[in-house]
Design a protein around this ligand. Structure first.
Ligand code: SF4
Ligand code: SF4
Ligand code: FES
Length: 484
Protein backbone atom coordinates (compact mmCIF):
# COMPACT_ATOMS: atom_id res chain seq x y z
CA UNK A 1 0.00 0.00 0.00
CA UNK A 2 1.15 3.55 -0.69
CA UNK A 3 -0.11 7.00 0.23
CA UNK A 4 -1.38 9.22 -2.58
CA UNK A 5 -3.31 12.47 -2.64
CA UNK A 6 -6.49 12.85 -4.65
CA UNK A 7 -7.97 16.35 -4.74
CA UNK A 8 -5.94 17.28 -1.67
CA UNK A 9 -7.07 14.33 0.47
CA UNK A 10 -4.63 11.61 1.41
CA UNK A 11 -5.58 7.98 0.77
CA UNK A 12 -3.82 4.68 1.24
CA UNK A 13 -4.18 2.65 -1.93
CA UNK A 14 -2.88 -0.53 -3.50
CA UNK A 15 0.13 0.39 -5.65
CA UNK A 16 -0.36 -2.70 -7.80
CA UNK A 17 -3.64 -1.33 -9.09
CA UNK A 18 -4.24 0.98 -12.00
CA UNK A 19 -4.81 4.56 -10.83
CA UNK A 20 -8.44 4.45 -12.06
CA UNK A 21 -9.14 1.36 -9.93
CA UNK A 22 -7.12 2.65 -6.98
CA UNK A 23 -9.05 5.94 -7.05
CA UNK A 24 -12.32 4.03 -7.27
CA UNK A 25 -11.36 2.05 -4.15
CA UNK A 26 -10.85 5.41 -2.43
CA UNK A 27 -14.32 6.48 -3.58
CA UNK A 28 -13.21 8.79 -6.40
CA UNK A 29 -14.63 8.11 -9.84
CA UNK A 30 -12.43 8.93 -12.81
CA UNK A 31 -14.45 8.50 -16.03
CA UNK A 32 -12.97 6.19 -18.64
CA UNK A 33 -13.76 4.17 -21.76
CA UNK A 34 -10.72 2.30 -23.03
CA UNK A 35 -9.34 1.19 -19.66
CA UNK A 36 -10.26 -2.28 -18.45
CA UNK A 37 -8.62 -3.94 -15.43
CA UNK A 38 -7.96 -7.15 -17.37
CA UNK A 39 -6.58 -5.55 -20.53
CA UNK A 40 -3.37 -3.75 -21.44
CA UNK A 41 -3.41 0.04 -21.17
CA UNK A 42 -3.61 1.94 -24.46
CA UNK A 43 -4.66 5.44 -23.37
CA UNK A 44 -6.78 5.88 -26.47
CA UNK A 45 -9.99 7.55 -25.39
CA UNK A 46 -8.61 10.53 -23.36
CA UNK A 47 -11.61 10.38 -21.06
CA UNK A 48 -9.56 9.87 -17.90
CA UNK A 49 -7.55 13.09 -18.08
CA UNK A 50 -6.36 14.40 -14.71
CA UNK A 51 -3.86 16.91 -13.36
CA UNK A 52 -0.71 15.58 -11.71
CA UNK A 53 1.13 17.86 -9.32
CA UNK A 54 4.42 18.95 -10.85
CA UNK A 55 3.44 18.13 -14.46
CA UNK A 56 2.17 21.09 -16.49
CA UNK A 57 0.04 19.19 -19.03
CA UNK A 58 -2.97 17.05 -18.27
CA UNK A 59 -2.23 13.32 -18.15
CA UNK A 60 -4.26 10.16 -18.64
CA UNK A 61 -4.98 8.46 -15.32
CA UNK A 62 -5.04 4.97 -16.84
CA UNK A 63 -1.36 5.19 -17.74
CA UNK A 64 -0.19 6.86 -14.53
CA UNK A 65 1.65 4.62 -12.10
CA UNK A 66 0.42 4.61 -8.52
CA UNK A 67 3.48 5.64 -6.49
CA UNK A 68 4.08 6.94 -2.98
CA UNK A 69 3.50 10.69 -2.81
CA UNK A 70 1.57 10.94 -6.10
CA UNK A 71 -0.79 13.90 -5.96
CA UNK A 72 -3.56 14.23 -8.55
CA UNK A 73 -6.46 16.56 -9.17
CA UNK A 74 -9.65 15.15 -10.67
CA UNK A 75 -12.07 17.98 -10.07
CA UNK A 76 -10.47 21.21 -11.35
CA UNK A 77 -11.94 23.43 -14.08
CA UNK A 78 -9.15 22.32 -16.43
CA UNK A 79 -10.04 18.66 -15.94
CA UNK A 80 -13.74 19.39 -16.33
CA UNK A 81 -13.13 21.29 -19.56
CA UNK A 82 -10.90 18.52 -20.92
CA UNK A 83 -13.51 15.86 -20.18
CA UNK A 84 -16.20 17.94 -21.81
CA UNK A 85 -13.96 18.31 -24.85
CA UNK A 86 -13.37 14.56 -25.05
CA UNK A 87 -17.08 13.90 -24.81
CA UNK A 88 -17.81 16.46 -27.49
CA UNK A 89 -15.36 14.79 -29.86
CA UNK A 90 -16.70 11.32 -29.12
CA UNK A 91 -20.26 12.44 -29.64
CA UNK A 92 -19.52 14.33 -32.84
CA UNK A 93 -20.09 11.21 -34.85
CA UNK A 94 -22.06 9.13 -32.40
CA UNK A 95 -25.69 8.93 -33.50
CA UNK A 96 -28.53 9.91 -31.16
CA UNK A 97 -29.52 6.28 -31.17
CA UNK A 98 -30.26 5.65 -27.51
CA UNK A 99 -34.01 5.05 -27.99
CA UNK A 100 -33.28 2.12 -30.32
CA UNK A 101 -29.93 0.97 -28.94
CA UNK A 102 -29.73 -2.22 -26.88
CA UNK A 103 -26.94 -0.78 -24.74
CA UNK A 104 -29.08 2.09 -23.49
CA UNK A 105 -29.38 1.91 -19.74
CA UNK A 106 -26.00 0.24 -19.28
CA UNK A 107 -23.93 2.38 -21.65
CA UNK A 108 -20.76 4.10 -20.47
CA UNK A 109 -21.18 6.77 -23.12
CA UNK A 110 -24.57 7.69 -21.67
CA UNK A 111 -23.17 7.69 -18.13
CA UNK A 112 -20.06 9.72 -18.95
CA UNK A 113 -22.05 12.09 -21.11
CA UNK A 114 -24.44 12.66 -18.24
CA UNK A 115 -21.72 13.08 -15.61
CA UNK A 116 -18.90 14.72 -17.54
CA UNK A 117 -20.40 15.97 -20.82
CA UNK A 118 -21.53 19.44 -21.72
CA UNK A 119 -25.17 18.70 -22.39
CA UNK A 120 -25.22 20.36 -25.79
CA UNK A 121 -23.53 19.83 -29.15
CA UNK A 122 -21.96 22.27 -31.59
CA UNK A 123 -21.75 19.64 -34.29
CA UNK A 124 -23.89 20.64 -37.25
CA UNK A 125 -22.37 18.54 -40.03
CA UNK A 126 -23.73 15.27 -41.30
CA UNK A 127 -22.81 12.31 -39.11
CA UNK A 128 -20.94 9.27 -40.31
CA UNK A 129 -23.24 6.63 -41.71
CA UNK A 130 -21.77 3.17 -42.23
CA UNK A 131 -24.04 0.14 -42.57
CA UNK A 132 -24.25 -2.35 -39.73
CA UNK A 133 -22.43 -5.65 -40.30
CA UNK A 134 -22.66 -9.22 -39.00
CA UNK A 135 -19.16 -10.02 -37.87
CA UNK A 136 -19.80 -13.14 -35.85
CA UNK A 137 -22.14 -16.09 -35.65
CA UNK A 138 -23.86 -14.10 -32.90
CA UNK A 139 -22.34 -10.63 -33.19
CA UNK A 140 -23.15 -7.48 -35.10
CA UNK A 141 -21.26 -4.22 -35.28
CA UNK A 142 -22.86 -0.83 -35.59
CA UNK A 143 -19.87 1.21 -36.78
CA UNK A 144 -21.58 4.54 -36.23
CA UNK A 145 -21.69 3.95 -32.48
CA UNK A 146 -18.05 2.87 -32.16
CA UNK A 147 -15.82 5.23 -30.18
CA UNK A 148 -12.63 3.36 -31.21
CA UNK A 149 -11.59 2.43 -27.70
CA UNK A 150 -9.86 -0.73 -28.95
CA UNK A 151 -11.22 -2.82 -26.07
CA UNK A 152 -12.67 -5.44 -28.39
CA UNK A 153 -9.40 -5.94 -30.27
CA UNK A 154 -7.40 -6.18 -27.06
CA UNK A 155 -9.93 -8.55 -25.45
CA UNK A 156 -9.69 -10.94 -28.37
CA UNK A 157 -5.91 -10.85 -28.49
CA UNK A 158 -5.20 -10.83 -24.79
CA UNK A 159 -7.99 -12.98 -23.32
CA UNK A 160 -9.35 -15.18 -26.09
CA UNK A 161 -6.06 -15.59 -27.95
CA UNK A 162 -7.53 -14.82 -31.38
CA UNK A 163 -7.12 -11.79 -33.62
CA UNK A 164 -10.30 -11.61 -35.62
CA UNK A 165 -10.78 -7.89 -35.20
CA UNK A 166 -8.56 -5.00 -36.20
CA UNK A 167 -8.61 -1.22 -36.48
CA UNK A 168 -8.45 -0.07 -40.08
CA UNK A 169 -7.98 3.33 -41.72
CA UNK A 170 -7.08 6.53 -39.87
CA UNK A 171 -8.78 9.49 -38.19
CA UNK A 172 -12.37 10.13 -39.25
CA UNK A 173 -12.29 6.94 -41.33
CA UNK A 174 -11.13 4.68 -38.48
CA UNK A 175 -13.20 1.52 -38.40
CA UNK A 176 -13.20 -1.72 -36.44
CA UNK A 177 -13.54 -4.65 -38.79
CA UNK A 178 -12.75 -8.27 -39.40
CA UNK A 179 -9.08 -8.88 -40.03
CA UNK A 180 -9.84 -12.05 -41.99
CA UNK A 181 -12.53 -12.91 -44.44
CA UNK A 182 -14.42 -15.04 -41.95
CA UNK A 183 -16.84 -14.38 -39.14
CA UNK A 184 -15.98 -14.70 -35.47
CA UNK A 185 -16.90 -18.13 -34.16
CA UNK A 186 -15.41 -18.20 -30.68
CA UNK A 187 -17.06 -18.68 -27.31
CA UNK A 188 -16.77 -15.02 -26.25
CA UNK A 189 -19.00 -13.04 -28.58
CA UNK A 190 -21.23 -12.13 -25.64
CA UNK A 191 -18.19 -10.89 -23.74
CA UNK A 192 -17.24 -8.73 -26.73
CA UNK A 193 -20.64 -7.05 -26.60
CA UNK A 194 -20.25 -6.59 -22.84
CA UNK A 195 -16.80 -5.15 -23.04
CA UNK A 196 -17.79 -2.64 -25.70
CA UNK A 197 -18.54 0.48 -23.62
CA UNK A 198 -21.16 1.62 -26.14
CA UNK A 199 -23.72 -0.11 -28.32
CA UNK A 200 -21.36 -0.80 -31.22
CA UNK A 201 -21.04 -4.53 -30.59
CA UNK A 202 -24.28 -6.35 -29.89
CA UNK A 203 -25.41 -9.96 -29.75
CA UNK A 204 -28.02 -11.17 -32.18
CA UNK A 205 -29.48 -13.52 -29.59
CA UNK A 206 -30.62 -10.71 -27.30
CA UNK A 207 -31.13 -8.00 -29.91
CA UNK A 208 -34.26 -5.91 -29.29
CA UNK A 209 -35.55 -8.48 -26.78
CA UNK A 210 -36.02 -6.03 -23.92
CA UNK A 211 -34.93 -2.69 -22.55
CA UNK A 212 -32.42 -3.43 -19.82
CA UNK A 213 -34.30 -1.54 -17.12
CA UNK A 214 -37.21 -3.95 -17.29
CA UNK A 215 -35.07 -6.80 -16.04
CA UNK A 216 -35.25 -8.04 -12.48
CA UNK A 217 -31.75 -8.98 -11.51
CA UNK A 218 -30.38 -11.33 -8.85
CA UNK A 219 -26.95 -12.57 -7.91
CA UNK A 220 -26.42 -16.01 -9.31
CA UNK A 221 -23.87 -18.50 -10.62
CA UNK A 222 -23.55 -19.93 -14.12
CA UNK A 223 -24.46 -23.59 -14.40
CA UNK A 224 -22.63 -24.18 -17.69
CA UNK A 225 -19.45 -25.75 -16.35
CA UNK A 226 -17.27 -26.33 -13.32
CA UNK A 227 -15.74 -22.82 -13.42
CA UNK A 228 -18.89 -21.41 -11.83
CA UNK A 229 -18.67 -17.85 -13.15
CA UNK A 230 -20.62 -15.37 -11.09
CA UNK A 231 -23.65 -13.95 -12.87
CA UNK A 232 -26.49 -11.53 -12.55
CA UNK A 233 -29.70 -13.06 -13.83
CA UNK A 234 -31.89 -10.83 -16.00
CA UNK A 235 -35.50 -11.94 -15.68
CA UNK A 236 -38.61 -10.35 -17.13
CA UNK A 237 -42.16 -11.71 -16.89
CA UNK A 238 -40.68 -14.69 -15.08
CA UNK A 239 -38.58 -15.61 -18.13
CA UNK A 240 -34.82 -15.74 -18.07
CA UNK A 241 -33.58 -13.37 -20.78
CA UNK A 242 -29.85 -13.32 -20.24
CA UNK A 243 -26.99 -13.52 -17.79
CA UNK A 244 -24.51 -10.76 -17.18
CA UNK A 245 -21.10 -11.14 -15.53
CA UNK A 246 -20.89 -10.34 -11.82
CA UNK A 247 -17.42 -8.93 -11.41
CA UNK A 248 -15.36 -10.20 -8.51
CA UNK A 249 -11.93 -8.57 -8.57
CA UNK A 250 -10.59 -10.68 -5.71
CA UNK A 251 -11.49 -13.91 -7.48
CA UNK A 252 -10.43 -12.49 -10.83
CA UNK A 253 -13.86 -13.02 -12.39
CA UNK A 254 -14.82 -10.54 -15.07
CA UNK A 255 -16.30 -12.41 -18.02
CA UNK A 256 -18.75 -15.08 -19.12
CA UNK A 257 -18.43 -17.44 -22.04
CA UNK A 258 -21.24 -17.80 -24.59
CA UNK A 259 -21.95 -21.42 -23.70
CA UNK A 260 -23.00 -20.39 -20.22
CA UNK A 261 -24.28 -16.90 -20.96
CA UNK A 262 -26.82 -17.87 -23.58
CA UNK A 263 -27.99 -21.10 -21.96
CA UNK A 264 -31.40 -19.74 -20.93
CA UNK A 265 -33.93 -21.49 -23.18
CA UNK A 266 -34.15 -24.59 -20.99
CA UNK A 267 -35.47 -22.41 -18.17
CA UNK A 268 -38.21 -20.90 -20.30
CA UNK A 269 -39.53 -23.72 -22.46
CA UNK A 270 -40.03 -27.46 -22.61
CA UNK A 271 -40.27 -27.61 -18.85
CA UNK A 272 -41.51 -30.66 -17.01
CA UNK A 273 -44.51 -29.55 -14.96
CA UNK A 274 -46.39 -32.81 -14.44
CA UNK A 275 -45.66 -36.06 -12.66
CA UNK A 276 -45.47 -39.04 -15.02
CA UNK A 277 -46.10 -42.75 -14.69
CA UNK A 278 -45.37 -45.17 -17.55
CA UNK A 279 -44.87 -42.24 -19.94
CA UNK A 280 -48.26 -40.68 -19.16
CA UNK A 281 -48.95 -37.59 -17.07
CA UNK A 282 -50.28 -38.58 -13.67
CA UNK A 283 -51.06 -37.00 -10.32
CA UNK A 284 -48.41 -36.41 -7.70
CA UNK A 285 -50.15 -38.44 -4.96
CA UNK A 286 -50.24 -41.57 -7.14
CA UNK A 287 -46.65 -41.27 -8.29
CA UNK A 288 -45.17 -40.33 -4.92
CA UNK A 289 -47.42 -42.84 -3.16
CA UNK A 290 -46.26 -45.73 -5.35
CA UNK A 291 -42.61 -44.70 -5.14
CA UNK A 292 -42.72 -44.46 -1.37
CA UNK A 293 -44.32 -47.90 -1.09
CA UNK A 294 -41.56 -49.38 -3.22
CA UNK A 295 -38.96 -47.41 -1.31
CA UNK A 296 -40.30 -48.59 2.05
CA UNK A 297 -39.72 -52.22 1.14
CA UNK A 298 -36.61 -51.72 -1.03
CA UNK A 299 -33.43 -53.63 -0.23
CA UNK A 300 -31.13 -51.34 -2.14
CA UNK A 301 -31.56 -48.26 -4.26
CA UNK A 302 -29.30 -46.00 -6.31
CA UNK A 303 -29.31 -42.23 -6.77
CA UNK A 304 -27.45 -41.25 -9.92
CA UNK A 305 -26.40 -37.70 -10.82
CA UNK A 306 -26.63 -34.63 -8.64
CA UNK A 307 -23.92 -32.41 -10.14
CA UNK A 308 -26.66 -30.02 -11.37
CA UNK A 309 -28.23 -29.79 -7.94
CA UNK A 310 -27.32 -27.33 -5.18
CA UNK A 311 -25.18 -28.29 -2.20
CA UNK A 312 -28.26 -27.87 -0.02
CA UNK A 313 -30.45 -30.21 -2.06
CA UNK A 314 -27.75 -32.86 -2.12
CA UNK A 315 -27.24 -32.70 1.64
CA UNK A 316 -30.97 -32.91 2.16
CA UNK A 317 -31.33 -35.92 -0.19
CA UNK A 318 -28.69 -37.88 1.70
CA UNK A 319 -30.24 -36.99 5.04
CA UNK A 320 -33.66 -38.18 3.87
CA UNK A 321 -32.21 -41.44 2.54
CA UNK A 322 -30.50 -42.08 5.89
CA UNK A 323 -33.74 -41.40 7.75
CA UNK A 324 -35.66 -43.73 5.45
CA UNK A 325 -33.12 -46.36 6.42
CA UNK A 326 -32.76 -47.95 2.99
CA UNK A 327 -29.41 -49.20 1.75
CA UNK A 328 -28.32 -46.82 -0.99
CA UNK A 329 -25.53 -45.89 -3.34
CA UNK A 330 -25.12 -42.32 -4.62
CA UNK A 331 -22.97 -41.40 -7.59
CA UNK A 332 -22.75 -37.96 -9.23
CA UNK A 333 -19.93 -38.88 -11.61
CA UNK A 334 -21.79 -39.96 -14.72
CA UNK A 335 -19.29 -38.86 -17.35
CA UNK A 336 -15.54 -39.48 -17.73
CA UNK A 337 -14.67 -35.77 -17.25
CA UNK A 338 -16.00 -35.95 -13.72
CA UNK A 339 -13.47 -38.60 -12.74
CA UNK A 340 -10.50 -36.24 -13.09
CA UNK A 341 -9.69 -32.59 -12.50
CA UNK A 342 -11.56 -30.49 -15.11
CA UNK A 343 -9.40 -29.30 -17.98
CA UNK A 344 -9.64 -25.83 -19.52
CA UNK A 345 -11.14 -25.75 -23.02
CA UNK A 346 -10.46 -22.04 -23.21
CA UNK A 347 -9.64 -19.41 -20.60
CA UNK A 348 -12.91 -19.98 -18.74
CA UNK A 349 -14.83 -22.96 -20.10
CA UNK A 350 -13.94 -26.41 -18.80
CA UNK A 351 -14.43 -30.04 -19.83
CA UNK A 352 -16.77 -30.71 -16.91
CA UNK A 353 -20.08 -29.21 -18.05
CA UNK A 354 -21.71 -29.53 -14.64
CA UNK A 355 -21.72 -26.73 -12.08
CA UNK A 356 -21.50 -28.81 -8.96
CA UNK A 357 -19.47 -31.98 -9.41
CA UNK A 358 -17.13 -30.91 -6.62
CA UNK A 359 -20.03 -30.06 -4.31
CA UNK A 360 -21.71 -33.37 -5.06
CA UNK A 361 -18.58 -35.32 -4.28
CA UNK A 362 -18.12 -33.34 -1.06
CA UNK A 363 -21.75 -34.15 -0.18
CA UNK A 364 -21.02 -37.87 -0.51
CA UNK A 365 -22.39 -38.48 -4.01
CA UNK A 366 -19.42 -40.65 -4.77
CA UNK A 367 -19.40 -44.42 -4.79
CA UNK A 368 -16.49 -46.80 -4.39
CA UNK A 369 -17.50 -48.70 -7.53
CA UNK A 370 -18.11 -45.87 -10.03
CA UNK A 371 -20.85 -45.49 -12.61
CA UNK A 372 -19.86 -48.45 -14.84
CA UNK A 373 -20.16 -50.96 -12.01
CA UNK A 374 -23.40 -49.38 -10.85
CA UNK A 375 -24.78 -49.73 -14.38
CA UNK A 376 -23.78 -53.43 -14.48
CA UNK A 377 -25.38 -54.03 -11.09
CA UNK A 378 -28.51 -52.19 -12.27
CA UNK A 379 -28.72 -54.37 -15.40
CA UNK A 380 -28.61 -57.43 -13.13
CA UNK A 381 -31.53 -55.95 -11.21
CA UNK A 382 -29.67 -55.30 -7.97
CA UNK A 383 -31.53 -52.04 -7.31
CA UNK A 384 -35.21 -51.86 -6.49
CA UNK A 385 -35.31 -48.21 -7.51
CA UNK A 386 -32.89 -45.99 -9.41
CA UNK A 387 -33.36 -42.25 -9.05
CA UNK A 388 -31.76 -40.16 -11.79
CA UNK A 389 -31.17 -36.50 -10.92
CA UNK A 390 -31.32 -34.34 -14.05
CA UNK A 391 -29.09 -36.55 -16.17
CA UNK A 392 -29.54 -38.41 -19.44
CA UNK A 393 -30.64 -41.77 -18.08
CA UNK A 394 -30.88 -43.60 -21.43
CA UNK A 395 -27.24 -42.79 -22.11
CA UNK A 396 -25.78 -43.24 -18.64
CA UNK A 397 -27.81 -46.30 -17.75
CA UNK A 398 -28.09 -47.87 -21.21
CA UNK A 399 -29.45 -51.40 -20.94
CA UNK A 400 -30.92 -50.92 -17.46
CA UNK A 401 -34.60 -51.95 -17.25
CA UNK A 402 -36.67 -48.77 -17.07
CA UNK A 403 -39.24 -50.32 -14.72
CA UNK A 404 -37.22 -49.29 -11.68
CA UNK A 405 -36.26 -45.87 -12.97
CA UNK A 406 -37.40 -42.59 -11.36
CA UNK A 407 -36.44 -39.50 -13.31
CA UNK A 408 -36.19 -36.16 -11.52
CA UNK A 409 -35.84 -33.40 -14.06
CA UNK A 410 -36.62 -29.77 -14.81
CA UNK A 411 -37.34 -30.48 -18.48
CA UNK A 412 -39.40 -32.80 -20.60
CA UNK A 413 -36.87 -35.30 -21.95
CA UNK A 414 -37.15 -38.63 -23.75
CA UNK A 415 -36.37 -40.36 -20.47
CA UNK A 416 -39.66 -39.05 -19.08
CA UNK A 417 -41.66 -41.02 -21.61
CA UNK A 418 -39.52 -44.16 -21.22
CA UNK A 419 -39.19 -44.46 -17.45
CA UNK A 420 -41.53 -45.89 -14.87
CA UNK A 421 -41.88 -42.60 -13.00
CA UNK A 422 -40.90 -38.99 -13.57
CA UNK A 423 -40.97 -36.14 -11.10
CA UNK A 424 -40.77 -32.45 -12.03
CA UNK A 425 -38.30 -30.43 -9.98
CA UNK A 426 -37.45 -26.75 -9.61
CA UNK A 427 -34.64 -25.32 -11.71
CA UNK A 428 -31.74 -23.74 -9.84
CA UNK A 429 -33.07 -20.27 -10.73
CA UNK A 430 -36.29 -21.03 -8.86
CA UNK A 431 -34.53 -21.58 -5.54
CA UNK A 432 -31.60 -20.26 -3.55
CA UNK A 433 -28.52 -22.29 -2.73
CA UNK A 434 -24.89 -22.77 -3.56
CA UNK A 435 -22.69 -24.64 -6.01
CA UNK A 436 -19.10 -25.59 -5.27
CA UNK A 437 -16.90 -24.91 -8.27
CA UNK A 438 -13.79 -26.74 -9.49
CA UNK A 439 -11.61 -24.71 -7.11
CA UNK A 440 -13.76 -25.64 -4.14
CA UNK A 441 -15.37 -22.20 -3.83
CA UNK A 442 -18.88 -22.47 -2.51
CA UNK A 443 -20.78 -19.73 -4.33
CA UNK A 444 -24.32 -18.70 -3.49
CA UNK A 445 -27.08 -18.11 -5.97
CA UNK A 446 -30.35 -16.40 -5.19
CA UNK A 447 -33.83 -17.23 -6.38
CA UNK A 448 -34.48 -15.30 -9.60
CA UNK A 449 -37.74 -16.79 -10.89
CA UNK A 450 -40.99 -18.03 -9.41
CA UNK A 451 -41.35 -21.78 -9.79
CA UNK A 452 -44.61 -23.01 -11.32
CA UNK A 453 -47.09 -23.69 -8.53
CA UNK A 454 -46.66 -27.07 -6.88
CA UNK A 455 -43.10 -27.69 -8.03
CA UNK A 456 -40.59 -28.86 -5.41
CA UNK A 457 -36.82 -28.97 -5.39
CA UNK A 458 -35.06 -32.35 -5.56
CA UNK A 459 -34.29 -32.08 -1.85
CA UNK A 460 -37.95 -31.38 -1.05
CA UNK A 461 -39.07 -34.39 -3.12
CA UNK A 462 -36.94 -36.72 -1.02
CA UNK A 463 -38.26 -35.05 2.13
CA UNK A 464 -41.80 -35.75 0.90
CA UNK A 465 -40.92 -39.38 0.23
CA UNK A 466 -39.34 -39.66 3.67
CA UNK A 467 -42.51 -38.26 5.25
CA UNK A 468 -44.73 -40.64 3.29
CA UNK A 469 -42.62 -43.64 4.27
CA UNK A 470 -42.65 -42.69 7.94
CA UNK A 471 -46.44 -42.40 7.65
CA UNK A 472 -46.64 -45.81 5.97
CA UNK A 473 -44.51 -47.38 8.67
CA UNK A 474 -46.52 -45.85 11.49
CA UNK A 475 -49.86 -47.01 10.02
CA UNK A 476 -49.87 -50.71 11.08
CA UNK A 477 -48.90 -49.66 14.59
CA UNK A 478 -51.69 -47.09 14.74
CA UNK A 479 -54.11 -49.70 13.40
CA UNK A 480 -52.93 -52.21 16.00
CA UNK A 481 -53.30 -49.65 18.81
CA UNK A 482 -56.80 -48.81 17.51
CA UNK A 483 -57.91 -52.50 17.69
CA UNK A 484 -57.40 -52.74 21.45
S1 SF4 B 1 -16.52 -1.73 -31.24
FE1 SF4 B 1 -16.84 -1.12 -29.12
S2 SF4 B 1 -15.15 -2.08 -28.04
FE2 SF4 B 1 -14.60 -2.07 -30.18
S3 SF4 B 1 -13.44 -0.20 -30.47
FE3 SF4 B 1 -15.57 0.28 -30.97
S4 SF4 B 1 -16.42 1.05 -29.07
FE4 SF4 B 1 -14.53 0.02 -28.55
S1 SF4 C 1 -16.93 -20.74 -18.28
FE1 SF4 C 1 -18.43 -22.17 -17.50
S2 SF4 C 1 -19.27 -21.20 -15.67
FE2 SF4 C 1 -18.22 -19.58 -16.88
S3 SF4 C 1 -19.79 -18.68 -18.20
FE3 SF4 C 1 -18.84 -20.34 -19.37
S4 SF4 C 1 -20.11 -22.13 -18.98
FE4 SF4 C 1 -20.59 -20.61 -17.41
S1 FES D 1 -9.30 5.32 -20.05
FE1 FES D 1 -7.49 6.50 -20.05
S2 FES D 1 -7.30 7.11 -22.08
FE2 FES D 1 -9.04 5.82 -22.12
Amino acid sequence: MVKIKIDGIEYEVDEKKNLISAAKDAGVDIPFFCYHPKLSVVGMCRMCLIEIEGIPRLQVACNTKVTEGLSIVTKSDRVKEAREGTMEFLLANHPLDCPVCDKAGECQLQDNSFNAGKGNSRFTLEKRNIPQEEIGSNLIINHNRCIVCYRCVRFEEEMVGESNLGLFERGYHSIIGLAKDEQIQHNYQGALADICPVGALLNNKTLFKSRVWWYKSEESVCTGCSTGCKTFTNVRDNKMFRYMPRIDEEKDQYFLCDKGRFSVDWLNSNRLFSFYKDGEANISSTVLGEISEKLASAKKIAVIGGAHESDQNLKSIRESLSKIGVSFVTEARVSPEQYKEPEQIDFLYTTDKRPNTKGALDAGFISSEGIDSIRSAAIKGEFDLIFVLKENASEILAGVPTGSMVILDTNLTEDVSKSKYSIPIKAYSEQSGSFTNKKGWSQNFKKSMEAPKGLSSSGEIFELLEKKILELRSKPREAAVGNH
